[in-house]
Design a binder for this molecule. Structure first.
Ligand SMILES: CC(C)(COP(=O)(O)OP(=O)(O)OC[C@H]1O[C@@H](n2cnc3c(N)ncnc32)[C@H](O)[C@@H]1OP(=O)(O)O)[C@@H](O)C(=O)NCCC(=O)NCCS
Length: 318
């Protein structure tokens, strides 16, 4: 077996790499939500300033049998590398995954990283190898989230009368940026991370703008926010990504600021965002920590059901 770095300047090689990742992940995860090809292309060909990514291919003769990716954060979490390993189902249990992992771990160490983090998703009905593989490589579980899906449409939910709905697509309008940044940073600080010890990403206007600009190349980004009528303050938001051309949406953050809680704004924002989607979008994915009781209740009341467990794991690289 031969392991080499992906040549990101070669479009055919990029496509083959992406297809192996996609086929491997889907083999035992019917509800896998994977990075769309568009988004992969942006990440591979136009790297941003906040992370470096290295990708490898494992070849058996002239066949591509596995791939791996290491993400090295450059602005925070400088002791950490994010790892992902994929092997095609018909080539598993022959040491390909282990060999890719060793190459990846060596590169992470060479970049000064002392631990690797990873996300392993396990379908509730179909047995998968990811968790056992990660454990065999020395991983310990640090945090778990539930991956939930809901079929659209969901029942509408009105917004509390003290608030009005504000929505935008793509870039946050100037008039809302200050409040939106405060909410995004509150979200990053608040989101339950279990025992996973990671530094919080702090967004300033420039970093938000860079992220908006990159995301727009691959996703229709939709935000629904609740503005308090009395003073115009934004009290909560919900962030939704729709990959270009897809039939599904990905519910990212939903946050209600502490002093605005207790008005069922979270559910109202999500329902409003889903109602505004085109009818071609028939499924929404989301992730919630089981310990996040308020969000779990909101989700299940809206019709979300748990389909996978997503484990955040860590492997010491010392
Ligand atoms: C996880 C995955 C990468 C393993 O690839 P692989 O080439 O089969 O792995 P290896 O043959 O190198 O296995 C290394 C060790 O992992 C463990 N392991 C791998 N698959 C396993 C399984 N199905 N059940 C139990 N243990 C398993 C074993 O300890 C194995 O060592 P052994 O064969 O000597 O017993 C592959 O199954 C895959 O691509 N799955 C989907 C993607 C994924 O979940 N990736 C991991 C998260 S990043």
């Amino acid at each position: 077996m031969d392991i080499r770095e992906l040549d990101v300047t070669d479009p055919d090689a990029r496509r083959r790499w992406y297809d192996v990742q996609d086929r491997s992940a889907r083999a035992d995860r019917p509800y896998a939500l994977l990075q769309a090809f568009d988004a992969f292309e942006v990440s591979a060909t136009q790297p941003g300033p906040y992370a470096e990514r290295v990708r490898w291919e494992a070849h058996d003769g002239d066949r591509l049998v596995g791939v791996a990716e290491l993400e090295l954060p450059l602005a925070e979490n400088l002791d950490l590398g994010w790892a992902e390993v994929h092997v095609l189902p018909e080539h598993r249990r022959r040491g390909v995954g282990r060999a890719l992992w060793h190459v990846l771990a060596d590169r992470a160490r060479a970049a000064g990283r002392t631990r690797a983090g990873g996300e392993v998703s396990v379908d509730l009905a179909v047995a998968g190898a990811g968790f056992d593989f990660a454990t065999a490589m020395g991983a310990v579980e640090k945090h778990r989230e539930d991956h939930l899906v809901a079929d659209l449409p969901v029942a509408p939910l009105g917004i509390h009368p003290d608030y009005e709905l504000v929505t935008w697509r793509g870039r946050c309008p100037d008039e809302h940026r200050e409040h939106y940044l405060a909410m995004r940073n509150q979200m990053n600080a608040d989101v339950p991370a279990g025992e996973l010890d990671v530094e919080t990403t702090v967004l300033d206007d420039a970093r938000l703008a860079a992220s908006e600009e990159r995301l727009a190349r691959s996703y229709d980004v939709r935000v629904a926010a609740a503005r308090r009528r009395s003073d115009g303050v934004l009290g909560g938001y919900s962030l939704l990504f729709v990959p270009h051309g897809a039939d599904h949406a990905w519910q990212d953050d939903t946050l209600v600021m502490p002093s605005h809680r207790g008005h069922r704004l979270g559910g109202a924002l999500k329902a409003a965002a889903y109602a505004a989607l085109p009818p071609s979008i028939t499924l929404v994915h989301t992730w919630t920590a089981p310990s996040n009781t308020a969000m779990h209740r909101t989700n299940t009341a809206m019709g979300f059901r748990v389909v996978e467990h997503m484990y955040e794991v860590e492997i010491p690289l010392a």
